[in-house]
Design a protein around this ligand. Structure first.
Ligand code: NCD
Ligand code: ZN
Length: 347
């Protein structure tokens, strides 16, 4: 009999679902493994009001395949125009769970992001008052800062000072990629956490750049050194509740990845739980997977734990080379054409 692992159903604390016809493909892929997901607001135009978030949530739920249950946890996109009153509407909404900070221009669809965070202090203070988490894309956009240093410099220039001024503001440093970020998180107390993606646990920048450039591994923050990868793996398997699952699954049609100027983002939803299981197994830490995938984010967001379960089977399978993206062509999933030893059991 195949080895199986049954865990409390997991939550994805960082997910890009896109909009319109894309939802048919993205929502189904995530709902196969995850019960809830914190849905990123970087649409065009961005989601900046509770009303827009509510309409977006309805579109996501309409795209859900029959018979699946999946709860989108909505977020608003912080802009230079966000007001403290917007934060009051978030607190009253019951379904918008967090506010996302994109430094202007930092990543895909971040044009509308924040130019001067200092000017948003009244907004951040109101978030502290209501205890609404600030989710951060933690990279500076200063053209003088090397792309491989942008996370570490964000921590030094933006995050550490902000934490000093507003120590009670709940924060998540999203998709961390460096040993510096791991060390910073470990030094925090209170409501502070970080999400970690499958690709940053599996890969380092050599995997993307040596022997040819692999555009499907290009995401932001960009893959770092082996030393960073090892620090991330140790952080997630350590059982520290400040590190939890956030896939950052970020689909882009194949033609916009395989291009002279390819988009940033890795579509990992179809393999995410399988990759996390693989990483934990390699570290002899499968007994800690459930906390990372299914408890720590719920605790951070002060939500009940899921009551149903997910079963993974230890059974080799080959990830599809590509998947349909409807009229947009195809999506290339993480690990396309490669073998994985764990498989989520469906039905
Ligand atoms: C994300 C996207 O495509 O929306 N891309 C990425 O490389 N991670 C945006 C983001 O989270 O940076
Ligand atoms: Zn993201």
């Amino acid at each position: 009999m195949a080895l199986t692992l049954t865990i409390m159903a997991p939550d994805d604390a960082h997910l890009h679902l896109r909009d319109g016809a894309s939802l048919l493909y993205t929502v189904a892929a995530s709902a196969q493994s995850f019960k809830r997901a914190v849905v990123m607001p970087n649409l065009v135009p961005p989601i900046t009001s509770v009303d827009a978030a509510g309409a977006y949530r309805d579109r996501i739920l309409q795209a859900l395949p029959q018979g699946t249950s999946f709860t989108p946890l909505m977020t608003l996109y912080l802009t230079d125009q966000t007001t403290p009153e917007t934060i009051d509407t978030v607190a009253a909404s019951g379904f918008v769970r967090a506010i996302k900070l994109y430094p202007a221009g930092a990543t895909t669809n971040a044009h509308a992001g924040v130019t001067q965070l200092e000017r948003l202090m009244p907004v951040l203070e109101r978030m502290t008052y209501h205890q609404i988490p600030l989710l951060m894309h933690g990279e500076v956009t200063d053209p003088l800062v090397d792309i491989f240093d942008r996370e570490a410099v964000f921590i030094e220039r933006v995050l550490a000072p902000l934490r000093g001024v507003l120590p009670e503001l709940p924060m998540v440093l999203e998709h961390i990629t460096t040993a510096d970020a791991v060390a910073f998180c470990r030094a925090q107390s209170g409501r502070f956490a970080a999400t970690v993606t499958p690709q940053h646990l599996l890969y380092q920048r050599n995997d993307m750049l040596v022997g040819g450039i692999r555009p499907h591994l290009y995401c932001l923050p960009i893959l770092k050194r082996r030393h960073d990868q090892e620090a991330l793996v140790q952080a997630v398997v350590s059982g520290d509740s400040r590190f939890f699952l956030g896939t950052d699954s970020a689909p882009h049609a194949r033609h916009s990845k395989e291009a002279a100027c390819g988009c940033a983002g890795v579509f990992n939803a179809p393999v995410a739980m399988e990759v996390y299981a693989h990483v934990f197994e390699e570290q002899n830490a499968l007994d800690r997977l459930e906390n990372f995938s299914s408890r720590f984010a719920a605790d951070f967001y002060q939500m009940p734990h899921n009551t149903d379960t997910l079963t993974l089977i230890r059974e080799p399978w080959v990830v599809p080379e590509q998947m349909s993206y409807g009229t947009q062509g195809s999506l290339i999933p993480l690990l396309a054409g490669q073998q994985l030893n764990w498989k989520v059991h469906h039905g």
